[in-house]
Design a protein around this ligand. Structure first.
Ligand SMILES: *Cc1c(COP(=O)(O)O)cnc(C)c1O
Length: 466
């Protein structure tokens, strides 16, 4: 590759690493300063190669110093940080799914900062099991005989299949070969677990006789997977867990139900579409049930497995269980969460995911109005703010068709406005702290459903500095 005379000239003006390092504060870790200096020089080099005319003004000492300081400040600040979720999607997979109640975080802090009886039986003074801290509570709330918790529900499904159906056939309806966000697909998980997939039925209709016809000497299990993130409507037929259990009993097989987003609360009491609760699923007769901790349950990332004492015992023995085990933070958060669920009224108030799903639209309406008043007072030129009804979503692959009635603030741009929706969306996203919004019909929408009270002044400040 040959360079123009201009480029050759510009390369000679690239700052020296040592020169840049002089601008780092004295207390700045050397590794960070070095990384920032190298990246600054690299960026300038690329600019000279690709757009030499833009590089010239960047190469004077003041400008290179600014580039270096910007880069260094980014390197020194945390990568994982809080954002404002103004999307109206409650269990937003990209934004951390469920919010952990503050009172639970206080319990986690104590467990994290001090020694604990994580695996110590205080009554007998011998080594204990980390699972006892949540198992009894899970059984108390759901009516299950035994319980085990792993890293997430994907791990739970993998572990159950590997423990109870490795090398054997598992019968599942073609309408339930679910994909959850790319990396989790039932057929792939099945392959990983060593179980052999036997698909039955058609996409829209599966009959009991389809399952029955697929049962052979090699069959170990009938699997039911919750259609978490989609619905099949129209001419449909599926087989209930109760019917599957009767069939399984006649052939000495197991029934495993992957509930996906398990809920302890019957949301139909709050005017939402009916979804079977975990308690109901356990009562209906699946031998093993699994679900997520951070979807509708509103807790930490975890996969809960419920079942008979014998089967949970078998699953616990699987060496894979050790690889998928949860840490003390998860156990602490889950225990505190489960204690809240002993009193449903309290749980609904204290657990943000459950509260946002069940609260009446007046709650987001009031929040939206407070935000609107503050934003109007900014007197921004060329834009109009208005209160609008919106439709929130549960998200996280749960209740996909369920509209969550909400309210929001709409920011509309006049034709002569120097701003537009995409520019404002980007400015908000790169704000500190970042504010994540929706764009609809070239307007920016702040959905109040997922806003915390403390988010309102953050949004105001972000727009003030536009
Ligand atoms: C979400 C989901 C999973 C995966 O659960 P994670 O907790 O995200 O690992 C598995 N199965 C179903 C049906 C789901 O909805």
């Amino acid at each position: 590759m040959t360079y123009s005379k201009l480029q050759a000239e510009l390369f000679k003006r690239l700052p020296k690493i040592d020169e840049l390092l002089k601008h780092a504060p004295a207390d700045c870790p050397r590794s960070a300063a070095l990384k920032a200096a190298r990246e600054t020089v690299e960026r300038l080099r690329t600019t000279i190669k690709e757009a030499p005319e833009e590089a010239a003004p960047l190469l004077d000492t003041g400008a290179t110093r600014e580039l270096f300081e910007e880069r260094l400040s980014r390197i020194l600040s945390p990568s994982l940080r809080p954002v404002v979720n103004a999307t109206g999607v409650i269990v937003h997979t990209n934004l951390g799914r469920s919010l952990i109640p503050r009172e639970i975080l206080r319990d986690m802090e104590e467990i994290g900062a001090r020694y604990s009886n994580l695996e110590f039986d205080l009554d007998r003074g011998v080594r204990g099991s980390r699972y006892v801290h949540v198992e009894e509570l899970l059984c108390e709330i759901t009516g299950a005989e035994a319980a085990l918790v792993v890293n997430n529900n994907a791990a739970a499904v993998l572990l159950v299949l590997s423990s109870l159906a490795k090398g054997k056939e598992v019968v599942v309806s073609r309408s339930e070969l679910v994909e959850i966000g790319g990396s989790f697909r039932i057929p792939d998980v099945m392959r990983q677990s060593g179980a052999i997939l036997r698909e039955v039925g058609a996409t829209n209709r599966t009959h009991l006789r389809d399952y029955e016809g697929a049962i052979t000497e090699e069959t170990a299990m009938l699997l039911k997977v919750h259609q978490s993130n989609f619905k099949i409507l129209g001419f449909t037929k599926s087989v209930s867990v109760r019917e599957l259990r009767e069939l399984a009993d006649r052939h000495n097989l197991l029934v495993f139900e992957d509930l996906g987003s398990g809920s302890f609360v019957d949301f139909s009491k709050y005017g939402l579409e009916y979804e079977p609760t975990v308690q109901e699923a356990v009562g209906l007769g699946a031998h093993v049930v699994s679900f997520s901790g951070d979807k509708l349950l509103g807790g930490p990332q975890a996969g809960v497995i419920l079942g008979t004492r014998e089967l949970i015992g078998k699953i616990r023995q699987n060496p894979l269980n050790r690889a998928l085990r949860v840490d003390k933070f998860t156990l602490s958060a889950l225990e505190s969460l489960l204690r809240l669920y002993r009193d449903e009224k309290k749980a609904i108030q204290a657990i943000p995911t459950v509260r946002m799903i069940t609260e009446p639209p007046e709650v987001p309406k009031k929040k939206a109005r407070r935000l609107l008043n503050r934003l109007r007072r900014l007197n921004l030129k060329g834009v109009t703010f208005g209160l609008i009804p919106t439709v929130g979503r549960v998200g996280g692959g749960a209740l996909p068709l369920q509209d969550i009635p909400s309210f929001g603030v709409k920011m509309e741009f006049h034709p002569d406005s120097p701003l537009d929706a995409h520019g404002v969306e980007e400015a908000l996203r790169t704000n500190d702290p970042p504010v994540i919004v929706r764009i609809e019909a070239e307007c920016v929408i702040f959905d109040a459903k997922t806003l915390l009270e403390s988010d309102i002044p953050i949004i105001e400040m972000a727009l003030r500095t536009l």
